[in-house]
Ligand binder design. Structure first.
Ligand SMILES: [Zn+2]
Length: 502
């Protein structure tokens, strides 16, 4: 054994530093700490540096500090004699940790603790009170900082300013104002697709599968491709992170896409405990119309109402069940339940006291579709009939206009002849003739244009058609149907009662 004392230096770049410094200063802060400590060691002939422990970007209150843990481990295993820090607060801002190590464990392990800025040295026994006071001040400081940051963030959020350094998928942070969002065109198209697919009846999973099949990068892989660093702790490679039904659900329910900013959904428990917890929706901070929407409010609301009444997707098609909670047994009024056989999907009455009618899904679908289409046809017919006189009057107006225009055009053509005769009889000069002729000709060109438009309008009215549904989906059934009652088959006949929602 020699007389050298083995020194381990502990460096920490704190979150508090980060809030104060520009990003470029990050490395400076660590460099300064290191420089200071090296300088101190060089002034003590019996000190020898054996290891450096450096936690970057980690809070002094957090428990997850890998290098700190390695330092403690090395202390316990007697690999070092002295722990050297710039200040006690770099070592820890937590009173409990100060107490645990500086005043207990380090004593037990014969470790000397020195911090330069606050003159702490456990070698000096009279120093303890000062260290405790330092520890206490540091703890208050940290709590203050934490509260200050929280309140600054809260007031920013209340003003509708973006706090997150990351934009939600479909948006970018505005380079001119990093509290605002701007649309990221390629990603916004995918967001639109997601909403449209959902309205077509695709489930979350089916949309996710579809996007993955099309090799559309997932939001986190997309961020990675754009060079945005994420704090994701994941064993997966970024390119292996695929679209999930959760990712789809998050997009479909995020008001950010209609131009609203919702923040403060999550928080950490306290400045000491960084566990992230979800906050109650009524405490979220919502700012309206803070940026350009990608989705119309109409579409967004439709999607929300479908999600609210969401049901499990049909096994076969992956689409939302259009008959969910709508089909009842006509015999006993029990809600009918879904059942899958290897070939078909069925609805059946599960009541043990009933004769248990059942019906195939596709049969019911076609039946309802036909009913619906004939209903719509009749509706249109009635509508047409009700509006018949009205339209006829409008048509009459058009016909009247048409006749007036035809008369005007004819009148002008007669004038051409009169003018020509006047010119021949020298009643007007050739120049006057030319002028007048051009005036009437121009007028006639306008009349003829108007006449063409009216004729087109009249033609269009003769070809009124109406749309028919070719497929059933949940939007259609929700819109038109309240309940459906199914009876059992009786002499090859089945009674179906539809309670229309119109
Ligand atoms: Zn029944």
């Amino acid at each position: 054994m020699n007389n050298y004392l083995r020194v381990g230096i502990y460096l920490r770049l704190s979150k508090e530093d980060k809030d104060k410094l520009n990003k470029e200063d990050d490395s400076e802060s660590i460099k300064n700490q290191r420089h200071l400590l090296y300088d101190y060691i060089s002034h003590h002939n019996n000190f020898i540096l054996v290891d450096e422990y450096c936690d970057e970007d980690l809070s002094g209150a957090g428990t997850y500090r890998p290098e700190f843990n390695r330092l403690i481990n090395d202390c316990e295993n007697k690999k070092i004699d002295i722990v050297l820090c710039k200040s006690q607060s770099r070592f820890s801002r937590d009173m409990e940790i100060i107490e645990k190590y500086l005043h207990n464990k380090f004593n037990e392990w014969h470790i000397r603790f020195i911090s330069l800025a606050d003159n702490a040295d456990t070698f000096n026994l009279g120093n303890k009170k000062a260290r405790q006071i330092n520890g206490l001040v540091n703890e208050w400081y940290l709590e203050d900082i934490s509260n200050n940051i929280r309140s600054a963030f809260n007031s920013k959020m209340k003003q509708g300013e973006l706090i997150s350094p990351f934009a939600p998928f479909g948006y970018d942070i505005n380079p001119l104002d990093n509290n605002k969002l701007i649309i990221d065109s390629p990603a916004s198209l995918i967001v639109k697709d997601i909403f449209n697919l959902y309205l077509k009846g695709y489930s979350f999973t089916k949309i996710a599968n579809y996007l993955n099949k099309q090799n559309i990068p997932s939001p986190s892989y997309y961020k990675y491709l754009k060079g945005i660093k994420l704090n994701i702790v994941s064993s997966k490679k970024r390119e292996d992170i695929l679209w999930s039904n959760n990712a789809i659900k998050n997009i479909l329910t995020n008001e950010v896409y209609i131009g609203n900013l919702i923040q403060g959904k999550r928080t950490t428990i306290s400045y000491k405990n960084h566990k992230v917890i979800k906050k109650e929706p009524h405490t979220w901070l919502k700012s309206l119309n803070t940026h350009e929407p990608i989705i119309s409010k109409d579409i967004f609301n439709k999607v929300q109402s479908i999600i609210k009444t969401k049901s499990k997707p049909l096994k076969k098609t992956g689409l939302l069940n259009p008959f969910s909670h709508k089909v009842y047994c006509l015999e006993c009024h029990h809600l009918m339940r879904k059942k899958n056989s290897s070939l078909h999907e069925y609805l059946y009455c599960p009541n043990p006291l009933c004769s248990n009618p059942s019906i195939r899904y596709d049969t019911l679908s076609n039946l309802i579709l036909n009913h619906l289409n004939s209903l719509i046809k009749n509706y249109y017919k009635e509508e047409l009939f009700h509006n018949y006189l009205n339209k006829l009057n409008k048509d009459n107006n058009l016909i009247k206009e048409q006749k007036e225009l035809e008369t005007k055009i004819k009148h002008n053509q007669n004038i051409f002849i009169t003018l020509y005769e006047d010119k021949l009889n020298n009643l007007i000069t050739p120049l006057e003739y030319k002028k007048l002729l051009s005036t009437y000709q121009k007028q006639n060109i306008i009349y003829k244009k108007e006449l063409k438009q009216i004729k087109n309008k009249l033609l269009a009215k003769e070809n009124i058609s109406f749309n028919q549904f070719t497929n059933l989906n949940k939007i259609i059934t929700d819109e038109f149907i309240t309940k459906i009652y199914i009876s059992k088959i009786n002499k090859q006949n089945r009674e179906i009662k539809i309670i229309w929602n119109i």
